[in-house]
Write a protein that binds this ligand. Structure first.
Ligand code: KIV
Length: 339
C-alpha cells in the first residue's frame, strides 16, 4: 500500500481536461475527471448506506404504556436480520421482535424447536445494530427457559448482554409465572405469549386455533392474568377467536398484542416475511396474514433482469467500471507490449 502522500502526488500527475461529453462508443470515454479518478469508494456492504439518522423518538416501556393508555394501537413486526430491522424501524414500528419464527422463515428449519440459543443471539445482535427507535424484544428458544426460573434468567441475561435487545419473550401461561417473576425482578422486561404457542405444537396437536370453547377461553384469561401478575409488560395472544381476545384485553391492565386474534387487542404483530410477501406464489399463508407487498415478485424480476443483462453483455456498462487515466493506460500497454 503506497503512503497517502504518494497517492496524492500520483493524482496530481493525472490532471487532464475533462472531455466535453462522454461518448461511450469512442476511446475518449477513458478520459475521466481527476476528482473521480482519485475518489475512494464507500463500502457497498452496509445496508445503512448513509450514516444512521432517524428522527423518531426512542420507544421505551413508558412510551408503550402511554400508547396503551391513549388507546393508540401498538405496532410490532418481526425482524430477523439487519436489513429487515432497519426497514421496520424506519417504517415506524413501535416494537421489533426477533421471533423464533426465524428458524423457519429465515433459516429454512422444519420448526422453531430446532433453533439454538447461539443462533438466536447472533440474529438479535444484528437486529439490535439496525434499530434506533423501536423497542426490541428477543424470543427465548425452546429448551432455554423451561427447566427452571434460574435457567430462564441466565438465558434472559444473555439476551440483554450479548443479544443487545431490550426485552425478552417467552411462551406459556400460569405455569411460567414464577419464571416470569424471576426475570422481571432482575429488571428484564418480559413479553408473554399465550394462546397458540408454536414451541408446544406437538402437545397442541399442531398449529391449532385456541380458546374456542368457553373452558378454553377461561383458561386463556387465567393465563393472561397470571403473566400480568408475574410482571409481563404486555402479552401476545396468538390464534384465538377475536371476541375472546377482545374480552381478555378488557380484563387486563397490560396491552395485548394480537396475531390472529382480531382487532380488539391493544396492538398487532405479524411475521415480516409474510406481510411483505417474501415467498413464492402458492405457499400457504395463515388466514390472519394480510399481504401488503410482493417482495418475492420484485426480487425475482430484478434478478432475472440481471441474469439477462449479464448473458447479453448489457451489464456491466462503462458507468459501472472504475476509470483509469489515458497516460496510465498507455504506460501499462507499453510496459506489457513484449509480455
Ligand atoms: O416467532 C415469532 O415470530 C412470534 C410471533 C408472535 C410472530 O412469536
Amino acid at each position: 500500500m503506497p503512503p497517502a502522500g504518494s497517492i496524492r502526488r500520483s493524482c496530481a500527475r493525472l490532471v487532464r481536461p475533462t472531455p466535453p461529453a462522454l461518448n461511450l462508443a469512442s476511446p475518449a470515454r477513458r478520459f475521466i475527471p481527476i476528482s473521480a479518478a482519485c475518489q475512494t469508494r464507500p463500502s457497498s456492504h452496509s445496508p445503512m448506506g448513509a450514516p444512521p439518522s432517524n428522527p423518531r423518538k426512542t420507544v421505551t416501556l413508558s412510551t408503550l404504556r402511554s400508547l396503551h393508555k391513549k388507546g393508540d394501537p401498538i405496532t410490532m413486526l418481526t425482524a430477523h436480520d439487519f436489513p429487515s430491522a432497519h426497514v421496520a424501524d424506519h417504517a415506524g414500528m413501535d416494537m421489533i421482535l426477533v421471533g423464533d419464527s426465524l428458524a423457519m422463515v429465515a433459516l429454512g428449519m422444519e420448526d422453531t424447536s430446532e433453533i439454538l440459543l447461539e443462533e438466536m443471539l447472533l440474529h438479535c445482535r444484528s437486529v439490535a445494530r439496525a434499530t434506533q427507535s423501536a423497542f426490541t424484544v428477543g424470543d427465548l428458544p425452546m429448551g432455554t427457559y423451561e427447566i427452571s426460573p434460574q435457567q430462564a434468567l441466565g438465558t434472559a441475561i444473555r439476551y440483554i448482554k450479548e443479544g443487545r435487545v431490550q426485552g425478552i419473550k417467552l411462551e406459556g401461561g400460569k405455569e411460567m409465572a414464577p419464571t416470569i417473576r424471576k426475570i422481571t425482578t432482575a429488571g428484564i422486561p418480559v413479553l408473554g405469549h399465550i394462546g397458540l404457542t408454536p414451541q408446544r405444537q406437538n402437545a397442541l396437536g399442531g398449529f391449532r386455533v385456541q380458546a374456542r370453547t368457553s373452558d378454553g377461553a377461561l383458561r386463556l384469561l387465567e393465563d393472561a392474568l397470571a403473566v400480568q401478575e408475574a410482571g409481563c409488560f404486555a402479552v401476545v395472544l396468538e390464534a384465538v377467536p377475536a371476541e375472546v381476545a377482545a374480552l381478555v384485553t378488557q380484563k387486563l391492565s397490560i396491552p395485548t398484542i394480537g396475531i390472529g386474534a382480531g382487532a380488539g387487542c391493544s396492538g398487532q404483530v405479524l411475521v415480516q416475511t409474510d406481510m411483505v410477501g417474501n415467498f413464492p406464489p402458492g405457499r400457504y399463508i395463515p388466514r390472519f396474514v394480510k399481504q401488503y407487498g410482493d417482495v418475492w415478485g420484485e426480487a425475482k424480476r430484478a434478478i432475472e433482469a440481471y441474469r439477462d443483462d449479464v448473458k447479453s453483455g448489457r451489464y456491466p456498462a462503462p458507468e459501472h467500471t472504475y476509470p483509469m487515466s489515458r497516460e496510465e493506460l498507455d504506460a501499462f500497454s507499453e510496459a506489457i507490449k513484449d509480455v
